[in-house]
Design a protein around this ligand. Structure first.
Ligand code: ARG
Length: 569
């Protein structure tokens, strides 16, 4: 099926061409009206085409409306200085809604060539996986799902911070202070503890920093003992991260951490020098930018020869260009990394690299009641946060549906608990700072995951009851739109494809959340006004079909946010 706006543009465009053979149809855009009293869709084409057609907008609009005011699509009307409004016919609406879940969207208008490489989560080994990483994980995963849904080839990459000065310190700390039992229980927590210990001890004992630098140098020069330790840190940390990723349903295609690019960095520096971009400055190698760029100089090699974060990101981008035909490279991190990516992207342009590069940044998430702090142990706390959410979800489910079998209760609680945490993040505009509150996240009414999950389960239960009473849903039932609440639901159902496309275009999953919340509300209004199971025959089947299309869209929309939709709850 075609995205509704595209379909209307195609159909209306063909008619406009009959009336005005010279019409500039590239200026024909159909959008949803903000206010239902102006119909369902509108276009400003008459204004946009006035110059080309050398006519007054009103005259163009009048001609279109008077000659083609009525069709199977619906009815056109005039508004303002030349807007054309379209109210879809109930027949057309019903027929289009019936295609949902049956026919895949025709997305051939998107430029989907090449791979969309998305870098997300990317925690630093042995440093706390802070809340920013949770947001990056949830947001990046959702963006990857959305692009996949639209038919792009997506490569999800976890750019682990697995190289750098922290490892020299860790090696020193490990040999001095490691608590073996604690390490075996939770490697990350113990590594964090000794890392913090190191920082504290180094304040009074300056020789420690010296020692750490020496260990780092040994590591980078390939000393077998240090390399083995380093590999162990990574292996154990990854095992814990992966446990959490798995629980959250988050997947990656590659784990190309900073160390992966180590061997590529010297050649990267040579290229920067060769292109005249990097210059020696006080022993370091630095890229200076034009003054009007308002960018700080970017150090790519320190005085002691060490590479930096920027160096590995440049080598990483070069690797991506060589490895994939890039549709684009996307980086999901918190807002503090904006200057870094501005530098990287600018250097890429100076190198003549033309690929599309997008830094998708987000604001800080704050947790009420001290759920998270910057204190060590945040990985573990993330787990605790999820456990707490599941525990609270469980209480509500117990209340709502005590009859559910034990196993299902647990599964649903997990789905709802995780969904609540993810949705609380994804439903907000990513660039604003957001705060997390338990009661809000887990509420069953309002813009929350539980509300949508409950809406889904409710519809599935209607379908089950229909079947139990000998009236199972007929797959080809005709959807007849009769009343206003049915109409409002149907119109909104047709907007799903556009909501997903806009969410992708702007890297804003919250547009899908907004869409779903509105859908839930329209569904509930419809359902309260139009009983399904009390009806019989074609009316009952039509309404049931509308319900099932709604459930389908809710489930699909939630899945794009990485959230499950239970059959019962
Ligand atoms: N490891 C970094 C951090 O924790 C995030 C990496 C983001 N990705 C990148 N290619 N730089 O801050």
């Amino acid at each position: 099926m075609k995205i509704i706006e595209k379909q209307l543009e195609d159909r209306q465009g063909a008619k406009i061409r009959e009336l005005f053979p010279a019409a500039p149809l590239d200026k024909l855009f159909v959008t949803r009206t903000g206010d239902e009293q102006f119909g369902d869709y509108q276009t400003n084409f008459a204004m946009a085409a006035a110059k080309d057609l050398a006519m007054k907008p009103m005259d163009i609009a009048k001609r279109i409306v008077s000659e083609q005011g009525r069709s199977d699509l619906g009815e056109l009307s005039l508004a303002g200085p030349g807007f054309i409004n379209l109210t879809l016919s109930n027949d057309f609406l019903g027929a289009e809604v019936a295609k949902i879940g049956r026919e895949p969207y025709d997305l051939s208008f998107l430029d989907r060539a090449g791979s969309v490489v998305i870098d997300y989560s990317s925690p630093n080994i042995a440093k706390p996986m802070h809340i920013g990483h949770l947001r990056s994980t949830v947001l990046g995963d959702s963006i990857a799902r959305i692009y996949r849904y639209l038919g792009y080839t997506v490569v999800g990459d976890n750019h682990l911070g697995d190289w750098g000065t922290q490892f020299g310190k860790l090696i020193v700390a490990y040999r001095r202070w490691l608590d073996r039992a604690a390490y075996e229980k939770s490697a990350i927590e113990e590594l964090e503890r000794i890392y913090v210990l190191f920082s504290q001890a180094a304040e009074s004992d300056k020789s420690l920093e010296e020692e750490a630098r020496a260990e780092l140098k040994k590591l980078q020069d390939g000393d077998p003992e240090n390399r083995e330790l380093w590999q162990e840190f990574i292996k154990l940390s990854l095992a814990e991260y992966n446990r959490i990723y798995e629980r959250m349903g988050v997947k990656f295609d590659t784990y190309h951490g900073e160390s992966f690019f180590h061997d590529r960095m010297p050649a990267m520096l040579d290229l920067l020098i060769e292109k005249g971009l990097a210059k020696e400055s006080e022993g370091a190698l630095v890229v200076f930018f034009d003054e009007k760029e308002k960018l700080h100089p970017c150090i790519v090699r320190k005085g002691d020869g060490a590479f930096l974060y920027a160096t590995s990101d440049l080598a990483c981008l070069q690797f991506k260009r060589e490895t994939y035909t890039l549709n684009r490279a996307v980086y999901v991190t918190d807002e503090r990394q904006q200057p870094h990516f501005k530098q990287i992207f600018r250097i890429a342009r100076l190198l003549g690299w033309q690929e599309r590069l997008d830094h998708v940044w987000f604001g800080i998430m704050r947790f009420g009641d001290g759920t998270f702090s910057s204190r060590a142990g945040n990985v573990i706390k993330l787990d605790e946060l999820l456990n707490e959410s599941v525990r609270r979800a469980r209480i509500v489910i117990e209340e709502k549906n005590p009859e559910l079998p034990e196993e299902e209760k647990a599964a649903v609680a997990e789905m709802v608990g995780l969904g609540a945490v993810k949705y609380a993040d994804l439903s907000q505009n990513r660039i604003s700072a957001v705060s997390f509150e338990w009661d809000k996240a887990l509420s069953f009414d309002g813009n929350t995951a539980p509300y949508l999950q409950y809406t889904h389960a409710r519809i599935r239960s209607i379908a089950r009851k229909a079947a139990e009473t000998g009236r199972p849903a007929e797959p080809d039932a005709k959807i007849a739109i009769t009343g206003p609440t049915e109409r409002r639901l149907a119109v909104h159902l047709l907007g799903f494809g556009t909501a997903v496309q806009k969410a992708a275009e702007n890297y804003r999953p919250n547009l899908i959340a907004d869409y779903l919340f509105e859908l839930g509300q329209r569904f509930n209004t419809f359902y309260n006004a139009s009983p399904v199971l009390k009806e019989e025959g074609t009316v009952m089947q039509s309404r049931l079909a509308l319900c099932l299309r709604t459930a389908h869209v809710v489930k699909e929309g939630l899945s794009l946010l990485g959230i499950g939709a239970p059959e019962r709850m």
